[in-house]
Write a protein that binds this ligand. Structure first.
Ligand code: KIV
Ligand code: ZN
Length: 407
């Protein structure tokens, strides 16, 4: 069953690849339980598709995808996706891992740039075209929901790219994803590429156009926003922008940019500028929590000035700014901290809080402690709570780090 017919997509689909491309960040390896914890939170966040891993890459990845498919891939849950190179083995393995999910997608890819063809694949263009077509058809024999990516699309000859996309759609791809694999493009150029695809691939209306991009030049989010203006309806991104090298486009930045500036983006989706209908399915109030969880479980720290989720993102240091904000928030704030779930905890931890509330909050932040460590951390928490009225998430993280490092 396909959840999204290309013609029916009237909002921007969010495809989260934190568990696949995000996990490709050096040093960010996640255990299966951690992947499951993140996948559950991604479902609460409201992502449409979770790329849970690359099943053929390792037995651990296979198992993680299978468990995410079984536990998070429910009838009302997100589509669970697995990555597969355009080979029979990869596709069959992905299909097996994804089977427990109610909605599942196989995402297969092959490079189309001459640089990749010559040096990596050692194949000709006609060979790549035939492989793309055959492997999409194979994936289609396992699921109706097939995504195809021409890797390094940005550096591919556009005419060849159009041909490969047309063939992939004819073979059954329902999403065609345009990757900026090396983070090379610029907003104007990427927008023109998406427009060119819309104008030159005859059967493009039978597929959702997706974009995927890396942040080598710090332009991934800007590139995606330009792609949306030109017809992209699925964005592939990661929490905190983690991923290969300089990372992927950051989910929280994309979502909040479209949320805060919806009057600007609405018309590109055929809506009146003042429409209040959400542009994505994301529950923005879950953003802060998801960001902390991913940072804690991957060990990837967030720079303090990181847009949306950095600790300074809503802090006002200068006297002039503080004065302005006290007089009226709009003087220096374009969005409300509460819109990303900051200061929105149901449970406020303080000196009267019990062990259960303490444990629950730690779990929400991705910190699972043994009973012994929990007891020690709880004593530290009570000591701090005697001195401080409210204990923040950062206080809790510091307590747990101190406790676990002092062993
Ligand atoms: O960056 C890339 O090209 C990818 C593909 C597998 C989509 O991650
Ligand atoms: Zn990538």
């Amino acid at each position: 069953m396909i959840k999204f017919q290309p013609q029916q997509v009237d909002r921007i689909l969010i495809f989260d690849t934190t568990l696949r491309d995000g996990e490709q960040s050096p040093g960010a390896t996640l255990h299966i339980d951690e992947k499951l914890t993140i996948a559950r939170q991604l479902a609460r966040l409201g992502v449409d598709i979770i790329e849970a891993g690359f099943p053929f890459a390792s037995p651990g990845d296979f198992e993680a995808v299978q468990q995410v498919a079984a536990e998070v891939g429910t009838e009302n849950g997100p589509i669970i996706c697995g990555l597969a190179r355009a080979t029979e083995q990869d596709i069959k393995t992905a299909a097996k891992a994804l089977k427990p999910a109610f909605h599942h997608r196989i995402h297969t890819f092959i490079a189309t740039s001459d640089i990749h063809l010559e040096y990596k694949l050692k194949k000709t263009r006609p060979e790549v075209l035939a492989i793309a077509q055959d492997m999409v058809a194979l994936a289609k024999s396992f699921t109706d929901d097939v995504e195809f990516s021409p890797e390094d699309a940005v550096r591919s000859d556009p005419e060849f790219l159009y041909q490969v996309l047309e063939a992939a759609i004819a073979a059954g791809a329902t999403t065609v994803n345009i990757p900026d694999t090396v983070g090379y493009t610029t907003p104007q150029e990427f927008g023109a590429l998406i427009r060119g695809i819309k104008e030159n691939v005859p059967n493009i209306d039978q597929a959702v156009i997706s974009v995927h991009g890396h942040n080598d030049l710090g332009l991934a989010v800007a590139n995606f926003l330009e792609a949306v203006k030109n017809g992209a309806r699925q964005l592939e991104c990661t929490i905190n922008g983690i991923g290969e090298r300089a990372g992927n486009a950051a989910l929280e930045e994309l979502v909040m940019a479209m949320h805060v500036r919806r009057q600007y983006y609405n018309p590109f989706l055929g809506r009146p500028p003042e429409s209040e209908a959400p542009l994505t399915n994301i529950d923005t109030k879950q953003i802060h929590k998801t960001s902390r969880l991913v940072s804690n479980l991957t060990g990837m720290l967030i720079q303090p000035n990181k847009a949306i989720v950095g600790t300074n993102a809503f802090a006002h240091e200068s006297g002039i700014h503080q004065d302005g904000v006290l007089k009226h928030k709009l003087t220096y704030e374009i969005m409300d901290a509460q819109s990303i779930g900051l200061g929105d905890n149901q449970i406020v931890l303080g000196k009267h809080s019990g062990r259960n509330a303490f444990r629950t909050r730690l779990q929400e932040l991705g910190m699972e402690l043994s009973e012994q460590d929990l007891n020690k951390a709880f004593i530290r928490f009570k000591e701090l709570a005697d001195k401080k009225k409210e204990i923040s998430d950062r206080d809790l993280e510091a307590i747990v780090k101190d406790e676990t490092q002092s062993q």
